[in-house]
Write a protein that binds this ligand. Structure first.
Ligand code: GAP
Length: 451
Protein backbone atom coordinates (compact mmCIF):
# COMPACT_ATOMS: atom_id res chain seq x y z
CA UNK A 1 0.00 0.00 0.00
CA UNK A 2 2.72 2.43 1.04
CA UNK A 3 4.89 1.41 -1.92
CA UNK A 4 1.97 1.98 -4.34
CA UNK A 5 1.25 5.39 -2.87
CA UNK A 6 4.93 6.26 -3.23
CA UNK A 7 4.95 5.21 -6.89
CA UNK A 8 1.90 7.37 -7.61
CA UNK A 9 3.44 10.36 -5.83
CA UNK A 10 6.85 9.99 -7.45
CA UNK A 11 6.84 12.35 -10.46
CA UNK A 12 9.86 10.52 -11.95
CA UNK A 13 8.05 7.16 -12.09
CA UNK A 14 8.08 5.88 -15.66
CA UNK A 15 10.89 8.18 -16.79
CA UNK A 16 13.98 6.64 -18.41
CA UNK A 17 16.79 5.72 -16.02
CA UNK A 18 19.81 8.01 -15.75
CA UNK A 19 22.09 4.98 -16.12
CA UNK A 20 20.69 4.29 -19.60
CA UNK A 21 21.20 7.91 -20.65
CA UNK A 22 24.74 8.07 -19.23
CA UNK A 23 25.65 4.81 -20.90
CA UNK A 24 24.25 5.92 -24.28
CA UNK A 25 26.15 9.21 -23.99
CA UNK A 26 29.50 7.47 -23.48
CA UNK A 27 28.91 4.63 -25.97
CA UNK A 28 27.73 6.84 -28.82
CA UNK A 29 30.13 9.74 -28.33
CA UNK A 30 28.01 12.43 -26.70
CA UNK A 31 29.57 12.94 -23.25
CA UNK A 32 32.00 11.09 -20.99
CA UNK A 33 34.12 11.82 -17.96
CA UNK A 34 37.13 14.02 -18.55
CA UNK A 35 40.58 12.37 -18.22
CA UNK A 36 38.98 8.93 -18.34
CA UNK A 37 42.28 7.12 -18.93
CA UNK A 38 43.56 8.48 -15.59
CA UNK A 39 40.42 7.40 -13.76
CA UNK A 40 38.51 10.62 -14.44
CA UNK A 41 38.36 13.91 -12.58
CA UNK A 42 35.23 14.55 -10.57
CA UNK A 43 32.97 17.29 -11.92
CA UNK A 44 34.59 17.64 -15.37
CA UNK A 45 33.18 16.27 -18.64
CA UNK A 46 34.18 15.94 -22.28
CA UNK A 47 31.76 16.31 -25.16
CA UNK A 48 32.52 13.90 -28.02
CA UNK A 49 31.72 14.19 -31.74
CA UNK A 50 27.94 14.08 -31.29
CA UNK A 51 27.91 15.97 -27.99
CA UNK A 52 29.76 18.96 -29.39
CA UNK A 53 27.32 19.16 -32.34
CA UNK A 54 24.35 19.03 -29.97
CA UNK A 55 25.86 21.70 -27.76
CA UNK A 56 26.84 23.96 -30.68
CA UNK A 57 23.35 23.67 -32.17
CA UNK A 58 21.81 24.62 -28.83
CA UNK A 59 24.13 27.60 -28.42
CA UNK A 60 23.46 28.75 -32.02
CA UNK A 61 19.71 28.62 -31.43
CA UNK A 62 20.04 30.56 -28.16
CA UNK A 63 22.20 33.17 -29.89
CA UNK A 64 19.67 33.49 -32.71
CA UNK A 65 16.72 33.91 -30.34
CA UNK A 66 18.40 36.16 -27.75
CA UNK A 67 20.95 38.18 -29.73
CA UNK A 68 20.72 38.12 -33.54
CA UNK A 69 16.96 37.96 -33.75
CA UNK A 70 16.58 41.23 -31.78
CA UNK A 71 17.82 44.76 -32.25
CA UNK A 72 17.90 45.51 -28.53
CA UNK A 73 20.53 42.92 -27.52
CA UNK A 74 24.29 42.98 -28.25
CA UNK A 75 26.74 40.08 -28.03
CA UNK A 76 30.01 39.81 -26.09
CA UNK A 77 32.85 37.33 -25.65
CA UNK A 78 34.90 38.39 -22.63
CA UNK A 79 37.94 36.80 -21.00
CA UNK A 80 37.41 34.08 -18.39
CA UNK A 81 39.74 35.73 -15.90
CA UNK A 82 38.81 39.23 -14.86
CA UNK A 83 40.48 41.67 -12.47
CA UNK A 84 40.22 40.12 -8.96
CA UNK A 85 38.45 43.23 -7.65
CA UNK A 86 35.53 42.18 -9.87
CA UNK A 87 34.70 39.37 -7.45
CA UNK A 88 34.96 41.57 -4.39
CA UNK A 89 32.57 44.07 -5.95
CA UNK A 90 30.16 41.37 -7.12
CA UNK A 91 29.95 39.96 -3.60
CA UNK A 92 31.33 36.54 -4.57
CA UNK A 93 34.37 36.72 -2.29
CA UNK A 94 32.10 37.39 0.66
CA UNK A 95 28.93 35.45 -0.16
CA UNK A 96 29.53 32.77 -2.78
CA UNK A 97 29.83 29.75 -0.53
CA UNK A 98 28.05 26.55 0.45
CA UNK A 99 27.89 25.06 3.95
CA UNK A 100 30.49 22.30 4.32
CA UNK A 101 30.81 19.53 6.91
CA UNK A 102 33.44 16.83 7.46
CA UNK A 103 32.95 13.43 9.04
CA UNK A 104 35.45 13.17 11.90
CA UNK A 105 35.56 9.39 11.52
CA UNK A 106 35.85 8.68 7.76
CA UNK A 107 36.92 12.19 6.62
CA UNK A 108 34.11 12.38 4.07
CA UNK A 109 33.35 15.96 3.04
CA UNK A 110 29.76 16.90 2.18
CA UNK A 111 27.51 19.87 1.53
CA UNK A 112 25.58 20.26 4.77
CA UNK A 113 22.25 20.43 2.92
CA UNK A 114 22.90 17.17 1.01
CA UNK A 115 23.65 14.77 3.85
CA UNK A 116 20.97 12.32 2.69
CA UNK A 117 23.37 11.40 -0.13
CA UNK A 118 26.31 10.65 2.18
CA UNK A 119 25.62 6.92 2.68
CA UNK A 120 26.75 5.04 5.82
CA UNK A 121 30.06 5.87 7.48
CA UNK A 122 32.58 3.12 6.70
CA UNK A 123 34.67 3.99 9.79
CA UNK A 124 31.93 3.79 12.46
CA UNK A 125 31.17 0.16 12.96
CA UNK A 126 28.11 -0.50 15.04
CA UNK A 127 26.29 2.74 14.29
CA UNK A 128 27.47 3.44 10.69
CA UNK A 129 26.33 7.03 11.21
CA UNK A 130 28.74 9.83 10.36
CA UNK A 131 30.20 12.10 13.01
CA UNK A 132 29.77 15.47 11.31
CA UNK A 133 31.60 18.66 12.28
CA UNK A 134 29.51 21.85 12.54
CA UNK A 135 28.93 23.44 9.11
CA UNK A 136 31.35 26.11 7.91
CA UNK A 137 31.28 28.22 4.74
CA UNK A 138 33.27 26.99 1.76
CA UNK A 139 33.85 29.52 -1.03
CA UNK A 140 33.08 27.99 -4.43
CA UNK A 141 35.34 30.12 -6.60
CA UNK A 142 38.29 28.37 -8.24
CA UNK A 143 41.57 30.19 -7.73
CA UNK A 144 44.61 30.46 -9.94
CA UNK A 145 47.72 32.63 -10.18
CA UNK A 146 48.46 35.12 -12.93
CA UNK A 147 52.08 35.80 -13.88
CA UNK A 148 55.31 34.41 -12.48
CA UNK A 149 54.49 34.98 -8.79
CA UNK A 150 52.35 32.61 -6.75
CA UNK A 151 51.37 34.89 -3.88
CA UNK A 152 48.25 36.68 -2.72
CA UNK A 153 48.87 39.61 -5.05
CA UNK A 154 48.89 37.28 -8.07
CA UNK A 155 45.72 35.40 -7.09
CA UNK A 156 42.90 35.50 -9.60
CA UNK A 157 39.62 33.63 -9.97
CA UNK A 158 38.15 31.60 -12.81
CA UNK A 159 34.80 33.27 -13.32
CA UNK A 160 31.94 31.78 -11.32
CA UNK A 161 29.36 33.29 -13.67
CA UNK A 162 29.78 34.80 -17.12
CA UNK A 163 27.74 37.92 -16.43
CA UNK A 164 30.22 39.95 -14.38
CA UNK A 165 32.25 40.99 -17.45
CA UNK A 166 29.02 42.19 -19.02
CA UNK A 167 28.78 44.72 -16.19
CA UNK A 168 32.46 45.66 -16.53
CA UNK A 169 31.98 46.21 -20.28
CA UNK A 170 28.56 47.84 -19.97
CA UNK A 171 29.70 51.34 -20.91
CA UNK A 172 31.94 50.23 -23.78
CA UNK A 173 29.23 48.10 -25.36
CA UNK A 174 26.51 50.71 -24.95
CA UNK A 175 28.61 53.45 -26.47
CA UNK A 176 30.15 51.42 -29.30
CA UNK A 177 26.81 49.88 -30.27
CA UNK A 178 24.99 53.21 -29.68
CA UNK A 179 22.30 51.52 -27.61
CA UNK A 180 19.79 53.26 -25.37
CA UNK A 181 17.77 51.82 -22.55
CA UNK A 182 16.19 49.36 -22.52
CA UNK A 183 18.76 47.03 -24.08
CA UNK A 184 20.69 43.90 -23.25
CA UNK A 185 24.16 42.35 -23.49
CA UNK A 186 24.54 38.60 -23.83
CA UNK A 187 27.32 36.07 -23.82
CA UNK A 188 27.94 32.35 -23.79
CA UNK A 189 30.99 30.93 -22.07
CA UNK A 190 32.60 28.72 -19.48
CA UNK A 191 32.08 29.21 -15.77
CA UNK A 192 33.77 27.39 -12.91
CA UNK A 193 32.60 26.48 -9.42
CA UNK A 194 34.44 24.32 -6.97
CA UNK A 195 31.27 22.37 -6.12
CA UNK A 196 31.62 20.32 -2.92
CA UNK A 197 29.71 17.35 -4.34
CA UNK A 198 29.41 17.37 -8.14
CA UNK A 199 26.62 14.95 -9.05
CA UNK A 200 23.92 13.73 -11.39
CA UNK A 201 26.17 13.40 -14.43
CA UNK A 202 26.75 16.86 -15.97
CA UNK A 203 23.99 18.46 -13.91
CA UNK A 204 26.28 19.77 -11.19
CA UNK A 205 29.81 20.14 -12.57
CA UNK A 206 32.84 22.15 -11.64
CA UNK A 207 33.36 23.46 -15.17
CA UNK A 208 30.25 24.25 -17.21
CA UNK A 209 28.87 26.67 -19.77
CA UNK A 210 26.36 29.42 -19.23
CA UNK A 211 24.37 31.49 -21.72
CA UNK A 212 23.52 34.73 -19.97
CA UNK A 213 21.63 37.87 -20.87
CA UNK A 214 21.77 41.04 -18.79
CA UNK A 215 18.94 43.35 -19.83
CA UNK A 216 19.26 46.94 -18.64
CA UNK A 217 16.12 48.99 -18.03
CA UNK A 218 14.73 51.78 -15.89
CA UNK A 219 13.65 50.55 -12.47
CA UNK A 220 10.05 51.59 -13.20
CA UNK A 221 9.96 48.90 -15.90
CA UNK A 222 11.51 46.05 -13.91
CA UNK A 223 8.32 43.95 -13.59
CA UNK A 224 7.43 44.37 -17.26
CA UNK A 225 10.86 43.14 -18.45
CA UNK A 226 11.04 40.37 -15.86
CA UNK A 227 7.74 38.96 -17.18
CA UNK A 228 8.83 39.50 -20.78
CA UNK A 229 12.06 37.56 -20.38
CA UNK A 230 10.54 34.81 -18.29
CA UNK A 231 7.99 34.33 -21.09
CA UNK A 232 10.68 34.38 -23.80
CA UNK A 233 12.80 31.83 -22.02
CA UNK A 234 9.90 29.48 -21.33
CA UNK A 235 8.96 29.70 -25.01
CA UNK A 236 12.55 28.75 -25.88
CA UNK A 237 12.42 25.59 -23.77
CA UNK A 238 9.08 24.71 -25.35
CA UNK A 239 10.61 25.29 -28.78
CA UNK A 240 13.28 22.76 -27.79
CA UNK A 241 10.49 20.26 -27.34
CA UNK A 242 10.77 19.94 -23.55
CA UNK A 243 7.45 18.40 -22.59
CA UNK A 244 4.88 20.67 -20.99
CA UNK A 245 4.47 18.23 -18.08
CA UNK A 246 8.23 18.29 -17.40
CA UNK A 247 8.67 22.08 -17.25
CA UNK A 248 7.62 24.45 -14.50
CA UNK A 249 8.43 27.88 -13.10
CA UNK A 250 9.30 28.16 -9.43
CA UNK A 251 9.51 31.67 -7.97
CA UNK A 252 12.11 32.05 -5.21
CA UNK A 253 11.00 32.59 -1.65
CA UNK A 254 12.45 35.78 -0.12
CA UNK A 255 14.73 33.70 2.15
CA UNK A 256 16.39 31.89 -0.76
CA UNK A 257 17.16 34.91 -2.96
CA UNK A 258 20.83 35.29 -3.93
CA UNK A 259 22.67 38.23 -2.37
CA UNK A 260 22.20 40.32 -5.54
CA UNK A 261 18.57 39.43 -6.31
CA UNK A 262 15.45 41.51 -5.77
CA UNK A 263 13.24 38.77 -7.29
CA UNK A 264 13.97 35.47 -9.03
CA UNK A 265 12.30 32.48 -10.64
CA UNK A 266 13.79 29.14 -11.64
CA UNK A 267 12.73 27.32 -14.76
CA UNK A 268 12.79 23.70 -13.68
CA UNK A 269 12.81 20.46 -15.65
CA UNK A 270 11.73 17.05 -14.41
CA UNK A 271 14.92 14.98 -14.71
CA UNK A 272 15.00 11.27 -13.86
CA UNK A 273 16.44 12.46 -10.49
CA UNK A 274 13.59 14.91 -9.86
CA UNK A 275 12.61 18.55 -10.50
CA UNK A 276 15.74 20.68 -10.91
CA UNK A 277 16.66 24.16 -12.14
CA UNK A 278 17.88 24.55 -15.70
CA UNK A 279 17.61 28.34 -15.90
CA UNK A 280 17.32 31.28 -13.54
CA UNK A 281 15.58 34.57 -14.31
CA UNK A 282 16.68 37.25 -11.86
CA UNK A 283 15.90 40.85 -11.12
CA UNK A 284 19.37 42.00 -9.98
CA UNK A 285 18.27 45.60 -9.48
CA UNK A 286 21.19 48.02 -9.72
CA UNK A 287 23.42 45.90 -7.45
CA UNK A 288 26.12 45.06 -9.99
CA UNK A 289 26.53 48.39 -11.78
CA UNK A 290 26.41 50.30 -8.52
CA UNK A 291 29.01 48.05 -6.88
CA UNK A 292 31.36 48.15 -9.89
CA UNK A 293 31.02 51.94 -9.97
CA UNK A 294 31.95 52.07 -6.29
CA UNK A 295 34.87 49.63 -6.52
CA UNK A 296 36.36 50.90 -9.81
CA UNK A 297 35.65 54.58 -9.29
CA UNK A 298 34.23 54.69 -12.84
CA UNK A 299 30.83 56.18 -13.52
CA UNK A 300 28.45 53.50 -14.83
CA UNK A 301 25.30 55.59 -14.61
CA UNK A 302 23.00 56.61 -17.44
CA UNK A 303 21.43 60.03 -17.86
CA UNK A 304 17.88 60.18 -19.13
CA UNK A 305 17.99 62.78 -21.92
CA UNK A 306 14.50 64.08 -21.21
CA UNK A 307 14.25 64.07 -17.44
CA UNK A 308 18.03 64.46 -16.82
CA UNK A 309 17.70 61.75 -14.17
CA UNK A 310 21.04 59.99 -13.54
CA UNK A 311 20.84 56.40 -12.40
CA UNK A 312 22.33 52.93 -12.46
CA UNK A 313 19.99 50.88 -14.67
CA UNK A 314 18.10 47.94 -13.24
CA UNK A 315 19.17 44.53 -14.56
CA UNK A 316 16.93 41.65 -15.55
CA UNK A 317 19.03 38.54 -16.07
CA UNK A 318 18.35 35.23 -17.77
CA UNK A 319 20.95 32.57 -17.08
CA UNK A 320 20.73 29.09 -18.56
CA UNK A 321 23.25 26.30 -18.10
CA UNK A 322 24.12 24.92 -21.52
CA UNK A 323 25.18 21.59 -20.04
CA UNK A 324 22.00 21.29 -17.99
CA UNK A 325 19.96 22.23 -21.01
CA UNK A 326 21.75 19.54 -23.10
CA UNK A 327 21.08 17.02 -20.35
CA UNK A 328 17.41 18.01 -20.26
CA UNK A 329 17.25 17.64 -24.06
CA UNK A 330 18.73 14.15 -23.85
CA UNK A 331 16.55 13.08 -20.92
CA UNK A 332 13.46 14.48 -22.66
CA UNK A 333 14.27 12.81 -25.98
CA UNK A 334 15.33 9.35 -24.80
CA UNK A 335 12.77 6.62 -25.34
CA UNK A 336 12.67 2.87 -25.60
CA UNK A 337 9.91 1.93 -27.99
CA UNK A 338 8.38 -1.52 -28.49
CA UNK A 339 8.06 -2.28 -32.20
CA UNK A 340 5.30 -4.43 -33.77
CA UNK A 341 7.86 -7.17 -34.49
CA UNK A 342 8.54 -7.48 -30.74
CA UNK A 343 11.93 -5.76 -30.88
CA UNK A 344 12.70 -2.65 -28.84
CA UNK A 345 14.38 0.37 -30.34
CA UNK A 346 16.14 3.05 -28.31
CA UNK A 347 15.76 6.47 -29.84
CA UNK A 348 16.38 10.12 -29.20
CA UNK A 349 13.44 12.20 -30.36
CA UNK A 350 15.61 15.31 -30.54
CA UNK A 351 14.13 18.38 -32.19
CA UNK A 352 15.46 18.89 -35.73
CA UNK A 353 17.19 22.15 -34.86
CA UNK A 354 19.54 20.55 -32.31
CA UNK A 355 19.94 16.99 -33.63
CA UNK A 356 23.73 16.46 -33.98
CA UNK A 357 23.44 14.67 -37.33
CA UNK A 358 20.64 15.76 -39.63
CA UNK A 359 20.95 13.15 -42.35
CA UNK A 360 22.50 9.71 -42.64
CA UNK A 361 23.27 8.34 -46.10
CA UNK A 362 23.23 4.56 -46.29
CA UNK A 363 23.95 2.60 -49.47
CA UNK A 364 22.11 -0.73 -49.43
CA UNK A 365 25.27 -2.52 -50.55
CA UNK A 366 28.94 -1.60 -50.63
CA UNK A 367 28.78 -1.74 -54.44
CA UNK A 368 26.56 1.33 -54.33
CA UNK A 369 29.06 3.34 -52.30
CA UNK A 370 30.14 5.73 -55.04
CA UNK A 371 26.77 7.31 -55.93
CA UNK A 372 25.75 7.30 -52.24
CA UNK A 373 28.94 9.13 -51.30
CA UNK A 374 28.24 11.69 -54.02
CA UNK A 375 24.86 12.38 -52.40
CA UNK A 376 26.48 12.59 -48.97
CA UNK A 377 29.09 15.13 -50.10
CA UNK A 378 26.48 17.28 -51.83
CA UNK A 379 24.28 17.33 -48.68
CA UNK A 380 27.29 17.91 -46.42
CA UNK A 381 27.60 21.40 -47.92
CA UNK A 382 24.38 22.27 -46.10
CA UNK A 383 23.97 20.00 -43.07
CA UNK A 384 25.84 17.59 -40.84
CA UNK A 385 25.74 14.27 -42.65
CA UNK A 386 26.83 10.82 -41.57
CA UNK A 387 27.76 8.17 -44.12
CA UNK A 388 27.54 4.50 -43.15
CA UNK A 389 27.87 1.47 -45.38
CA UNK A 390 28.52 -1.26 -42.79
CA UNK A 391 26.04 -3.74 -41.31
CA UNK A 392 22.52 -4.64 -42.31
CA UNK A 393 20.18 -1.77 -43.09
CA UNK A 394 17.90 -2.40 -40.09
CA UNK A 395 20.83 -2.17 -37.73
CA UNK A 396 22.06 0.99 -39.41
CA UNK A 397 18.62 2.59 -38.96
CA UNK A 398 18.68 1.64 -35.26
CA UNK A 399 22.11 3.20 -34.81
CA UNK A 400 20.82 6.47 -36.25
CA UNK A 401 17.60 6.35 -34.18
CA UNK A 402 19.69 5.98 -31.06
CA UNK A 403 21.57 9.24 -31.73
CA UNK A 404 18.52 11.15 -32.92
CA UNK A 405 19.24 11.47 -36.67
CA UNK A 406 15.94 12.72 -38.16
CA UNK A 407 16.41 11.43 -41.73
CA UNK A 408 18.05 8.34 -43.22
CA UNK A 409 18.54 8.16 -46.98
CA UNK A 410 18.94 4.73 -48.52
CA UNK A 411 20.45 4.35 -51.94
CA UNK A 412 19.41 0.95 -53.33
CA UNK A 413 19.66 -0.96 -56.62
CA UNK A 414 16.48 0.68 -57.98
CA UNK A 415 18.09 4.09 -57.40
CA UNK A 416 20.47 3.25 -60.25
CA UNK A 417 17.58 3.15 -62.73
CA UNK A 418 14.91 5.46 -61.29
CA UNK A 419 17.24 8.11 -59.76
CA UNK A 420 15.22 8.01 -56.54
CA UNK A 421 16.20 7.22 -52.95
CA UNK A 422 14.24 6.16 -49.87
CA UNK A 423 13.98 8.76 -47.12
CA UNK A 424 13.07 7.30 -43.73
CA UNK A 425 11.84 9.56 -40.97
CA UNK A 426 13.08 8.78 -37.44
CA UNK A 427 9.98 9.14 -35.26
CA UNK A 428 7.28 7.66 -37.51
CA UNK A 429 9.68 5.34 -39.39
CA UNK A 430 7.67 6.16 -42.54
CA UNK A 431 9.52 5.88 -45.82
CA UNK A 432 9.13 7.89 -49.02
CA UNK A 433 10.74 7.62 -52.46
CA UNK A 434 12.23 10.98 -53.39
CA UNK A 435 14.04 11.96 -56.63
CA UNK A 436 17.76 12.45 -55.97
CA UNK A 437 17.67 15.90 -57.56
CA UNK A 438 14.80 16.93 -55.27
CA UNK A 439 16.52 15.76 -52.06
CA UNK A 440 17.98 19.08 -51.08
CA UNK A 441 14.67 20.92 -51.41
CA UNK A 442 12.88 18.11 -49.55
CA UNK A 443 15.27 18.28 -46.61
CA UNK A 444 15.49 22.06 -46.65
CA UNK A 445 11.73 22.24 -46.36
CA UNK A 446 11.77 20.14 -43.23
CA UNK A 447 15.03 21.22 -41.61
CA UNK A 448 14.89 24.95 -42.26
CA UNK A 449 11.38 25.37 -40.86
CA UNK A 450 12.82 23.93 -37.65
CA UNK A 451 15.18 26.90 -37.24
N1 GAP B 1 24.52 34.83 -13.14
C1 GAP B 1 23.54 34.15 -12.37
C2 GAP B 1 23.90 32.76 -12.08
O1 GAP B 1 24.99 32.30 -12.34
P1 GAP B 1 22.94 30.56 -11.06
O2 GAP B 1 21.51 30.21 -10.72
O3 GAP B 1 23.99 30.36 -10.04
O4 GAP B 1 22.86 32.07 -11.53
C3 GAP B 1 22.60 29.91 -13.56
O5 GAP B 1 23.34 29.77 -12.37
C4 GAP B 1 22.54 28.59 -14.31
O6 GAP B 1 23.85 28.05 -14.48
C5 GAP B 1 21.77 27.49 -13.56
O7 GAP B 1 20.38 27.59 -13.81
C6 GAP B 1 22.36 26.24 -14.16
O8 GAP B 1 21.71 25.92 -15.36
C7 GAP B 1 23.79 26.64 -14.45
N2 GAP B 1 24.68 26.11 -13.38
C8 GAP B 1 24.95 26.69 -12.20
N3 GAP B 1 25.79 25.94 -11.47
C9 GAP B 1 26.08 24.86 -12.24
C10 GAP B 1 26.90 23.70 -12.07
N4 GAP B 1 27.63 23.52 -10.97
N5 GAP B 1 26.95 22.78 -13.05
C11 GAP B 1 26.24 22.96 -14.19
N6 GAP B 1 25.45 24.03 -14.41
C12 GAP B 1 25.37 24.97 -13.46
Amino acid sequence: MAADAEAVDDPTAGLPRMDDIVSLCARRGFIWQSSEIYGGINGFWDYGPLGVELKNNLKALWWQRVVRGRDDVEGLDSSIIAHPRTWEASGHVEHFSDPLVDCRACKKRMRADQLDDAGPCPARQGTSEHDWTPARNFNLMLKTFVGAQEDAAATAFLRAETCQSIFLDFKRVRESARQRLPFGIAQIGKAFRNEINPRNFTFRSREFEQAELEFFCHISEREKWFEHWLGERLAFHHELGLKETRLRVRPHRPDELAHYAHAAADIEFLFPFGWQEIEGVHDRGDWDLRRHSEFSGKDLTITDEETKERFHPCVIETSVGIDRSCLALLANAYEEEKLPDGETRALLRLPLAVAPVKVAVLPLAKKLAEPAQRIASELRRHWSVFYDESGNIGRRYRRQDEVGTPFCITYDFDSESDARVTVRERDSMTQERIPVDGLRAYLQDRLETAR
